[in-house]
Design a protein around this ligand. Sequence first.
Ligand SMILES: [Zn+2]
Length: 566
Amino acid sequence: MGSLSKATDPESFLAWAAKVNYGLYLVQYKLDGASMELQYDDGVFVRGITRGDGEIGDDITQNVMRMHGVPKKLVAPFTGAVRGEVLMSRDIHATKYTDKANCRNAANGLMKRKDGVGAEDLDIICYDAVGSLPAGTAFATEQEKIAWLQRMGFNVVPTTGCGSPEEVVAYRAKIMDIRATLPYDIDGLVVKGDRIDPRDADKLRPELQIAFKFSPEEAVTTLMDVEWSESGATVTPIGVVEPVRLAGTTVQRANLANPGMIRLMDLRIRSKVVITKRGEIIPKIESLVENPPDAMPIVIPTQCSLCGTTLVDEDTRLYCPNQVCPGKAYHRLEKWLSVIDIKDIGSALLKRLFDAGKVVRIPDLYSLTVADLLSFERMGDKSAQKIVRNIKAQNKVSLSQFLAGFDIEGIGMLMADKLIAAGYDTLDKLFLASWSDFEGIDGFAEITAKALHSGLRLVEADMRELVNKGFVRIKSPPANASESESPVAGKYFCFTGELIAMKRAEAETLIRDNGGFVKSGVTKDLDYLVTNDPFSGSEKNRKAQEFAIKIINEEQFIAMLGRGTD
Ligand SMILES: [Zn+2]
């Protein structure tokens, strides 16, 4: 009797089940107690011995005699061992042993006491018997064994048959749900086939059965509501669940991914569900436990809440197809600010400016005045001036930033770079191309090519306005950089701490004039962090080290600009 192999999530259980491939899975509670062997000689109880992982332990016969569930004489002439767990019920623990952290600790303390005090508060629940019975009365299957144990007067572990591995997973979720109401602590299930294989059971690690344990990263709760959150064009369902403890935190919301998941799992309002948090930041609803009779259907929205357009439900994605939907327009502004790295406008301020119709398109950002800002947010004159100044300062961008900033479906920086590498290195070339010109570029299948083509049509006017009014200048991309170009060209810089030879604004101007870019914060795509104090322990230093970004000092920076330090 060794320790069982373990699975703590459905995935690893299903992998095991695929190997053993039983027609019937017998599922038993995994009792959280102390293992015990009751020895019988010709039907008479002779000895009670504790058992650890494959080891014979202490003889505690005197105490075992006083525990519940140990018949002293069997009605069959059985010689061998009956195995089970010594347990304390939750009721007894709650009324008599609250000084012990849990039932198992309390049971462990009592079962080995020399004076035997308290042994009568313990129960033995059995699940196994090995030994000899008269011919014709022995058992060939686990079910027969459990029935025999019951006939002999033992308390037996609850046992259920499941026809498929999936049924076992669903059964485990149900037990997880009622776990707190069971009379004894259990920490999972034991799953085995019906046919008895004594050779396997005696292995140090039996392979034909598995402990399918509960995990602290899983919980069962009730789905109370579904909220639909809009991000750009996509509408995503978020489950609101009855608050439940999960991996050390209280969880009230869980990811539902898309309408397809709701249909696939047959989720409804008031469904009992398993939610998990395995490394992800937001927990997700993993499976349905059951739908109570009063469960209500989840209404999947059919219209965009922002523009009223009929939503497209592709099962794996629900979205508003209206290219000029305000949701899309707002998302575009957010994207632009992030790609161009303008951090001064927070999302609260942007939302107010957007709702008031003051900033709806990207060019609107560049016409924003100090007076506009002062009328929208309680802020000082200086802060408002800083925002306006910083928007205007970030006026040189690469073509790939420019394209990615317009939030065209499927076109991020990486795809923009591929377009440029394929020769579409000016806005005019992009506007003149047909969708079939884009098809065939590395990474551009028909759908992306068409989305790019129609996306460009929609933003062409705004793009031209930005350039023609001089709000933004597009730098020639690094791919086309000539050899004589500065080593600063196309590189991203960030500063922290004081500079000695020049003011920071001066340094930033030098970078932009040499074709480089300035960022206000340290992100993964940064090339250099410039600081005269690399050991300052500042947030920027810490992050630069985390992302393995080159940290250079002012002298090295000036050398890159080719100006010398004298
Ligand atoms: Zn819409």
